[in-house]
Design a protein around this ligand. Structure first.
Ligand code: FMN
Length: 142
């Protein structure tokens, strides 16, 4: 089964629903492990930005679930590509608050000062997510 990577952006449906994110993370962790899906979800109270890697079939079924999930709206796929190697291989899903993104990470990846993933190219979004992954790992290692 070919390996693919997709990056999408969406908008939080109800920013006052504080239960939504823990629910999503719990679900994602369990499902992703079963289906060999890996990736990273970045969230900033307004937007979600997520990269998902895995078998083409598993990635596409998750995408169709995501399109139907009422916990977010205006979902837009920034890109879907075939890959030979995972860039996010070693874990299921991690939550990294976008607020912890340093200005440096934003600037390095050509991201505007405001975190607005709808304006990002797939390449910028991926660079941003890779750097965010690095930040999360560095923090959890301390
Ligand atoms: C922002 C966001 C990210 C999500 N990420 C995942 C994920 O990585 N993996 C997953 O299985 N479900 C994720 N979900 C939940 C799916 O939309 C869906 O509820 C889940 O795949 C279970 O679907 P099912 O119960 O119909 O099988 C996410 C939902 C949202 C709103």
């Amino acid at each position: 089964m070919p390996l693919v990577r997709t990056v999408y952006v969406s908008t939080v449906a109800d920013s006052k629903d504080s239960a939504a994110l823990p629910q999503i993370m719990k679900l994602a962790q369990a499902n992703n492990e079963v289906h060999n899906l890996t990736g990273l979800l970045v969230f900033n109270h307004k937007y979600y930005l997520q990269v998902i890697e895995g078998g083409r079939k598993a990635v596409n079924s998750l995408l169709s679930n995501l399109y139907r999930d009422p916990r977010h709206v205006d979902m837009m796929v920034l890109g879907l590509e075939e890959i030979t190697q995972r860039a996010f291989p070693d874990w299921g899903m991690q939550f990294v608050p976008a607020a912890s993104a340093t200005r440096e990470i934003m600037l390095r990846n050509g991201v505007a000062r405001e975190f607005d993933p709808y304006g990002m190219s797939a390449a910028s979004a991926l660079g941003f997510l890779r750097d965010m992954h690095g930040v999360a790992l560095a923090k959890s290692a301390v």
